[in-house]
Design a protein around this ligand. Structure first.
Ligand SMILES: Cc1ncc(C[n+]2csc(CCOP(=O)(O)OP(=O)(O)O)c2C)c(N)n1
Ligand SMILES: [Mg+2]
Length: 334
């Protein structure tokens, strides 16, 4: 990969992370209400894929829509106003963080697990009629890979030779369900069963994601038909903000108390229950934070790293301040 690209990818990933960190703060202060699923930990997958899309390509996402919307270039002020439920938000304050749409950027998110499959396949069907060589991407968690509509979409995309890139972001968990306890076989083999070629990749390594995506996308653009990527990742903030398991895990006394109260019910020893709770809380990590990984790769040029960090920090601060100014101005006028 050209040197310039990894720096651009880092900037994209950092913008997304710092924006979501600010969202977390606002949620904790009670300014953003309701559930909030962050995409922190998915930035390498999102930057590695979205950076290779062209104008007119379409994206369908799940309940973790913030990183792809930010990386695709949607105005973060509109996004934050949307999360705040403001009428000037991206979807007039009606969609919240899970149901986002931008007609201009052809990107849509949905909280219905598995729905990015049919949405992207539909986008791809429309794009094929337009004959401009565009493709559609479906991003979904591995919890969606057992949903009928996802499998039907993969089948249709294959049989109709539609230009869809299916990207499965696998963090091993669907809320508190351990994925390998409910998923038969291997996902690459499953895709192959539909006649779709697949790639398995470490989704915390943006360069690795970029490379397999580059190959997959060029095959779609040149030959048509779908491709599949199975990318492994971790969620740094658990399933959703306020996740009780994450709270327990960050407070060892609380964790021990909960484990103790559960051990008899679970029929397991205290250590076994503790390990399980730590696993569900994302505290037993097989993988590390993608931002930390890329920062290590770029550490040979600390000045450039520092400059980007400062620029992005300032940019995000300005975005948050501007959005809050509009939000609070709007509240005063109510
Ligand atoms: C059709 C449907 N069933 C159940 C839910 C409730 N739900 C929300 S997120 C989620 C887990 C999804 O797991 P995965 O696809 O792996 O995504 P992750 O949260 O791990 O990123 C579930 C079951 C839903 N939103 N939609
Ligand atoms: Mg998952």
């Amino acid at each position: 990969m050209a040197e310039v690209e990894i720096w651009q990818l880092y900037r994209s990933m950092l913008r997304s992370r710092l924006f979501e960190n600010a969202v977390k703060e606002l949620w904790e202060k009670g300014k953003i209400s309701g559930e909030m699923h962050l995409g922190t930990g998915e930035e390498a997958i999102m930057a590695g894929v979205v950076s290779q899309l062209e104008q007119g390509d379409a994206i369908a996402v799940d309940h973790r829509g913030t990183p792809p919307f930010i990386i695709r270039g949607i105005d973060p002020i509109l996004l934050l106003l949307e999360f705040l439920g403001h009428p000037k938000g991206l979807c007039a304050g009606q969609g919240g963080h899970m149901h986002l749409f931008s007609k201009e950027h052809l990107i849509a998110s949905s909280g219905i697990v598995g729905s990015s499959g049919p949405a992207a396949t539909g986008f791809a069907l429309a794009l094929r009629y337009k004959k401009q060589g565009n493709i559609a991407v479906a991003f979904f968690g591995e919890g969606a890979i057992n949903q009928g509509m996802m499998l039907e979409s993969m089948n249709l995309a294959s049989i109709w030779n539609l230009p869809v890139l299916f990207v499965c972001k696998d963090n091993d968990w669907a809320v508190t369900t351990i994925t390998n306890e409910v998923t038969g076989g291997n996902l690459i083999d499953r895709a192959k069963g539909f006649g779709i070629e697949g790639y398995e990749v470490d989704g915390t390594d943006v360069e690795a994601v970029w490379k397999v995506t580059n190959e997959a996308i060029s095959k779609i653009r040149n030959k048509g038909g779908p491709q599949f990527i199975h990318a492994h990742c971790v969620h740094t903030e658990g399933h959703l903000l306020g996740d009780p398991l994450l709270r327990y895990n960050r407070n060892p006394n609380m964790l021990a108390e909960v484990a103790n109260s559960l051990k008899e019910y679970a029929g397991k020893s205290l250590d076994e229950v503790l390990l399980l709770l730590r696993k569900i809380g994302g505290q037993v990590k097989k993988r590390v934070d993608p931002i930390v990984i890329i920062q290590k790769k770029l550490k040979n040029d600390p000045d450039r790293l520092k400059q980007i960090d400062e620029e992005v920090t300032k940019e995000i601060e300005q975005i948050i301040n501007k959005a809050l100014e509009i939000f609070e101005g709007g509240m005063k006028n109510d």
